[in-house]
Design a protein around this ligand. Structure first.
Ligand code: C2E
Ligand code: MG
Ligand code: MG
Ligand code: MG
Length: 289
């Protein structure tokens, strides 16, 4: 098990020389209690069709309201949780909360797919597909109500077991997205073999397409590649109207970013989704005019 774990990239964190720093151990201890104390919440960020402005899904993003530190971002605590058995508990919480929200929306006429991020360690958990299947049944949800986002880096690290894990998840009928694309050097062959339906282009490329011709070319070629494979492209980190417009011109299918819609609490997201839907087919913002 540990040997397998080493191949996922988790060993990078384990090798980190201040992994036992008091700071990190404190935070890990706090995280252990955070679930029971309801300090964790999912926020929801819509993904929009860049051509017509309609919502095509919502990504669940974990937030931790720490009693003294304030908001702690997932980039700080997910890597920490990944070193310990806590990641499993965290993912159980995330999947359950996302399913509960999906059921609430689904059964009140908001048929938006919720995407859940899964980490390297989650793919080692052989109970994950069954838990997901049981959760879908419990909430009477079709598999397409949930999408799982797996980063490109994870899928590149170990071919055998990640591919098996991903296939087991895909066989449930849930859709898979390849997250942070462009940062992990996938081969075309690999991309074609994976049962993914969506490729999310990393924000580090998207952000500068209006300033950098290189970044513009990279994003354009990813969009073309994704389309030629019959998959859906999503640009992450859409922070301005200019970027959204340029992406739409390139034929990028969906966009996600602060300029389109920020991650919101469940209550705010529900209101945002209702309002946005009521304004259809008249889109709220350019470039959808
Ligand atoms: P990600 O899955 O690539 O999520 C996208 C990140 O971009 C989110 O950061 C989101 O808040 C942020 N973002 C949204 N709009 C913009 C924008 O216009 N510009 C820029 N620069 N960024 C934008 P966040 O919420 O801090 O999450 C960071 C990462 O933590 C996520 O990256 C994901 O890998 C991980 N994560 C978040 N929630 C979970 C979770 O429930 N489970 C696991 N395993 N990982 C999670
Ligand atoms: Mg994601
Ligand atoms: Mg991403
Ligand atoms: Mg990311």
């Amino acid at each position: 098990y540990l040997a397998k774990e080493g191949r996922t990239g988790v060993e990078l964190y384990l090798a980190d020389k201040d992994r036992n720093s008091p700071e990190r151990l404190n935070l890990l201890g706090d995280l252990r209690r955070a679930i029971d104390r309801s300090e964790l919440r999912l926020y929801y960020q819509p993904k929009l069709d860049l051509a017509v402005g309609e919502v095509r899904g919502v990504e669940a993003l974990l937030r931790w309201r720490h009693p003294t530190r304030g908001m702690v971002g997932p980039d700080e605590f997910i890597p920490l949780a990944e070193q310990s058995y806590l990641m499993r508990q965290l993912t159980e919480y995330v999947i359950d909360a996302a399913l509960e929200q999906a059921a609430h929306w689904w059964h009140t006429g908001v048929h938006e797919q919720i995407s859940v991020n899964v980490s390297a360690r989650d793919l080692l958990d052989s109970a994950l597909p069954e838990r997901l299947e049981a959760g879908l049944a419990r909430y009477r949800l079709p598999p397409k109500a949930i999408q799982l986002e797996v980063t490109e880096r994870i899928l590149m690290t170990d071919q055998a077991y990640t591919a098996d894990a991903v296939r087991a998840l895909a066989s449930l009928g849930v859709q898979l997205a390849l997250d942070d694309f462009g940062t992990g050097y996938s081969s075309l062959v690999r991309l074609q073999r994976l049962p993914v339906s969506e490729v999310k282009i990393d924000a580090s490329f998207v952000g500068r397409i209006c300033e950098s011709r290189d970044d513009e070319r990279i994003v354009r070629s990813i969009v073309d590649l994704v389309r030629s494979l019959g998959l859906r492209s999503v640009a992450e980190g859409v922070e301005s109207a200019e970027v959204a417009k340029r992406l739409a011109e390139m034929g990028c299918d969906l966009g996600q970013g602060w300029w389109l819609a920020e991650p919101m609490s469940a209550v705010d997201a529900t209101e945002w989704l209702r309002k946005h839907r009521d304004q259809r087919p008249v889109p709220v913002k350019p470039p959808f005019e």
